[in-house]
Design a protein around this ligand. Structure first.
Ligand code: CMC
Length: 432
């Protein structure tokens, strides 16, 4: 196999090194492209560009494979423990019993919010979108933990990670309570990660919410499935902000903003809107597919398609199976699951979706599972963010520890006026 690529521009030929990871596509190293040729590379949505070397997550989109630190995603299905997976992603290997209990203890120590932060909820409109609150509050953590604005060693990284991963649940649950006009329920140090989140969401001052093991395991698994997904839009955002040496709180808050978009994590809300519309009789599954194929209609089949997966997203398969398992365990039914199955069947037998290799992605079934757990729709993307936080922290850390990492600063192909003249206000017309 050649270890270099030859690029010919006019009469000039330059050699560009090819670098190979342990798995995945080889990459043509163009770091010296401009120096050698005077040209820049054009790749607007970075679809062909590896922006870093990473040892965290591997995705093979052709074969539908996802691995965290080399471990296939289905190996986390049986005994889900989100905190263990968070540690694995951030610190690079599975924790020992002592390491896991030390980290869990740190999460417990950090589950409360500073009173100053808690009081800020009173100034948010009751109907404020929880994703806006989440991003604002994560950023605000920087005001209350200023000793962690600079994270230079493993100890301070663990301290910052524990604060973020623990407090994100409290921040999220308080956002929901505020939206419902309900009193805040403080975390219970005796509960595990997911049970504690559900307690803060649903307990009442006079009535403890009892979490069933099936529901706790389902939420644990859902968080694990969202924990990292290599260089997606929000992770790229975290890395971009972090590349300016911005602190971990600010970088993760920026990740939340990117995740909110309906083409990214916000797709789980769009999917639910679509299923509810079909259920209410406002649309049939067939019309939905027709609209998704119509290029004059901005509508998309949300929860379908992926930049990397050209096969069934393994997370979607696990979530679909988990929905069926949890519904059977809880002895509940949801007509939306049948509608989702019907939509999937129609799409997967339609030439438009077959030719473009569009399959269900992680967002197609996650909302149905969250709904079964009792999570309201406006908290779906928040749950995605809680799950994704360890991945963002791991990626931020990897970037900070990479001695070759530089500030992200792409080039552009300029297409504006070559040179224009400043026109004084008195001489200006709409055309100038
Ligand atoms: N419905 C209808 N057509 C689609 C869809 C869809 N969901 N997804 C892609 N296409 C079409 C697209 O219009 C294009 O058609 P053509 O070749 O005729 O121009 C073709 O398929 C290729 O798609 P693309 O838009 O080039 O793919 P992309 O890599 O730029 O976008 C995507 C990926 C996920 C944004 C897109 O598939 C999409 O909008 N899906 C719906 C939103 C969604 O479910 N997002 C969640 C993604 S997974 C979790 C996450 O990252 O948060």
């Amino acid at each position: 196999m050649s270890d270099k690529a030859i690029l010919k521009i006019g009469d000039k030929e330059v050699e560009l090194p090819i670098i190979r990871g342990t798995l995945g596509d080889p990459a043509i190293d163009i770091t010296r492209l401009r120096d050698l040729t005077g040209h820049v590379a054009y790749d607007p949505s970075l679809a062909n560009t590896a922006i870093c070397k990473s040892a965290i997550t591997f995705v093979d989109g052709e074969r539908g494979i996802l691995r965290y630190r080399g471990i296939p995603i289905d190996q986390f299905i049986e005994k889900p423990n989100f905190v263990e997976v968070a540690w694995l992603l951030i610190f690079g290997r599975l924790p020992t019993k002592e390491e896991l209990s030390r980290f869990s203890a740190k999460l417990t120590e950090n589950e409360l919010l500073h009173e100053g932060l808690r009081l800020q909820y009173q100034h948010m409109p009751v109907d404020a979108p929880p994703m806006a609150i989440l991003s604002a509050m994560l950023n605000n953590l920087a005001c209350f933990h200023q000793q962690l604005l600079w994270v230079g060693d493993e100890e301070s990284l663990e301290a910052a990670a524990a604060r973020l991963i623990s407090k994100v649940r409290t921040i999220a649950a308080f956002a929901y309570r505020r939206s419902q006009g309900l009193p805040f329920i403080y975390p219970d140090p005796h509960l595990r990660y997911c049970a504690n989140f559900l307690h803060m969401m649903f307990s009442l001052p006079y009535k403890q919410y009892i979490v069933s093991p099936e529901v706790e395991d389902a939420l644990n698994l859902l968080f694990i499935l969202h924990a990292d997904h290599e260089q997606n839009c929000s992770t790229m955002t975290v890395r971009t902000v972090g590349s300016a040496r911005a602190n971990l709180f600010a970088s993760c808050a920026a990740g939340v903003c990117a995740l909110w978009g309906p083409l990214h994590g916000g797709a789980n809300v769009e999917v639910m809107d679509m299923l509810e519309r079909i259920h209410a009789g406002g649309l049939t599954p067939e019309e939905c597919i027709r609209m998704a194929k119509d290029k004059t209609n901005p509508f998309r089949l949300y929860g379908f398609g992926h930049r990397i997966y050209k096969n069934y997203d393994p997370r979607a398969r696990i979530l679909k199976d988990t929905c069926e398992k949890v519904f059977a365990q809880l002895k509940v039914q949801d007509p939306l699951l049948d509608i989702a199955r019907k939509l999937e069947e129609l799409a997967l037998s339609d030439p438009y979706f077959i030719e473009r290799r569009l399959y269900p992605n992680v967002d197609f079934y996650s909302g149905i599972l969250l709904r079964a757990i009792g999570i309201p729709k406006n908290m779906f993307t928040v749950c995605f963010a809680i799950g994704r936080l360890p991945g963002w922290i791991a990626q931020w850390r990897e970037q900070h520890e990479d001695p070759t990492s530089r500030i992200v600063r792409p080039r552009q192909v300029y297409i504006g006026p070559v040179e224009a003249k400043y026109v004084p206000m008195s001489e200006r017309t709409a055309a100038t």
